[in-house]
Design a protein around this ligand. Sequence first.
Ligand SMILES: Cc1cc2nc3c(=O)[nH]c(=O)nc-3n(C[C@H](O)[C@H](O)[C@H](O)COP(=O)(O)OP(=O)(O)OC[C@H]3O[C@@H](n4cnc5c(N)ncnc54)[C@H](O)[C@@H]3O)c2cc1C
Length: 368
Amino acid sequence: MRKIDAAVVGAGAVGCIAAKELACRGLETVVFEEHSRPGKFGKCTGLVSTRGLEALHVNYKHAVVSRVSGAAIHSPHFSFEVRRKNVAAVLDRQRFDEECAAEAVDAGAAIRYGSRVIGFSRKKEENGKNGTRVVTGNDGKKRFAARFIIGADGAQSPTAAARGFPPLEKLVLCCEKEFPRARVCDEEKVEVFVDNKLYPGFFAWIVPAGGGARIGFGTTRFDLAPGIEKKFFEKKEVRDAVGARKPKKSYWAVIPLAAREKTQAGNVLLVGDAAGQVKATTGGGIVFGGLCARIAAECVAESVVNKEPPRYEERWRDELGAVLRVHSFARRCADAAPNPLLDFFTAAANFGPAKLLDWFGDMDFILR
Ligand SMILES: Cc1cc2nc3c(=O)[nH]c(=O)nc-3n(C[C@H](O)[C@H](O)[C@H](O)COP(=O)(O)OP(=O)(O)OC[C@H]3O[C@@H](n4cnc5c(N)ncnc54)[C@H](O)[C@@H]3O)c2cc1C
């Protein structure tokens, strides 16, 4: 059986960033991806802060379809706007994921497509220590013995299930449709709709994307989602934007809104959606997942040198745990607010706080 340093499960953006960083540190890395191509097949709005994208060290520029310079936040009866030039980019998500995969391969990692990981088992090494064996393929054949496993296999994470990690506590169900041609009033402005009766637990959005728009909503009330879909896509703002056009793409997907209580068990590390490293305010997981992938790779490389277990859990929580907790707190406050209170804050924001956000706001590191 072939021995490798690290097996990454999942060739999404986060898995590929982890693989690239591991390979750059000289570790023999193989990524296992169940599909025939990398990525999320565009099942994502792809709105990411420019500052966050820069921090990932991925050449994302070719994947940008629009630049965003502001947002209009609408509560049931009021609105306010925030503005800042080039604060975010809207990505062609598949192209971005493919760039991450190409950079991983350029760095020396191998990607095995059509290779679904179905489980792991322990293997005693010649020196008596436990290694981890990766089992790939539906045939159950044990093909690789990896010293470290990085589970970057999304919110449903088979890696987490196989190793008995605690479950993701909070999930939001999203429905998004992409309209290639849409009439948005401002190509650089995102529209966000907050209404705790209509979208309990989350919000709805219209994001301009290269002459079209990505339009969707999320809710923690899975049972209400079909009814919300009907109401939301009949909303005046949505009808004004899309008219009678048919969507090019329409999908449902879940986003984890809170990190797992545990994201590391010995030499098995979870990153990205598998770990729940997502901003609870917006559901954005590309920046934090990618940053945690970089941290995971650093910790694994250190562990190889100093022969101690990776300090990943401690490191990512030290560096990013506080800011993710602030996002969670903000989400809990927004969820608990009755609509009249959302209206009050939205109206009040026009008299000052929106200006503060214009000057100082950071989409990811809201503590800044
Ligand atoms: C509707 C929606 C809108 C979003 N909008 C944004 C946004 O605007 N900005 C933002 O930052 N984030 C957004 N997100 C979140 C973002 O998409 C995720 O946080 C991000 O994709 C997580 O990446 P990942 O690599 O961890 O997981 P994924 O992209 O889910 O990748 C997991 C990979 O693992 C593979 N895999 C799974 N199981 C196995 C297995 N057993 N064997 C082999 N391979 C396996 C899958 O095929 C997949 O390729 C959105 C999400 C949704 C659903």
